[in-house]
Design a protein around this ligand. Sequence first.
Ligand code: PRP
Ligand code: URA
Length: 209
Amino acid sequence: MDEKVFVMNHPLIQHKLSIMRDKNTSVKDFRECAHEIGLLLGYEATKDLELEEFELETPITKMVGRRTKRKVALVPILRAGLGMVDALMDLIPAAKIGHIGLYRNEETLEPVEYYCKMPTDIAERQVLVLDPMLATGGSAIDAITMIKKRGAVRIKFVCIIAAPQGIEALRKAHPDVDIYCGAVDEKLNENGYIVPGLGDAGDRLFGTL
Ligand code: PRP
Ligand code: URA
């Protein structure tokens, strides 16, 4: 794996991800685990946010404090990316939110776009694109192309599970985009689902199975 792909083999992620993978897990528990993994991935994906110094006064003395300098935009890919956005908003409450609507045509597996609305100052922001699943990579590639067309230049992609094919395709299409994921699974099946995976993330998050 190259240095632009960060796989977080954290024990808490592995524990929570195993709950998500279990087909008997309820919608409520699935959602809670997606949220909690989102927090852990968000921590890692923001580790190099730029800081600036400023003067403050504690009850004891003056000191130089630090605050994040670069503003952030979160861009969930609809629908399943919504399952991670609240976690990232907990970490970065001032983040602006863009939305991209994409779904995979079930036969061709090609992404079909239906919505795109970005913050107007997206070019100045660190953009975190959120989607639990990176399978063929088609959705992530198209989403990032759409975001770049609107001016974004600093983009990271954050997912819960990635397939090797998806990572390879995304790295090739957008080599400037770092990838943060909770696990890299074995492969895709003939229907483009990640194996072993967790099934259809959108359906499991929203109870539309
Ligand atoms: C899922 C998932 C990704 C996409 C990944 O969305 O949330 O967006 O598939 O597959 P890919 O890497 O092969 O493009 P889906 O198309 O099922 O839409 P949904 O979130 O609305 O259910
Ligand atoms: N989309 C999903 O929701 N799950 C997969 O395994 C692949 C694409």
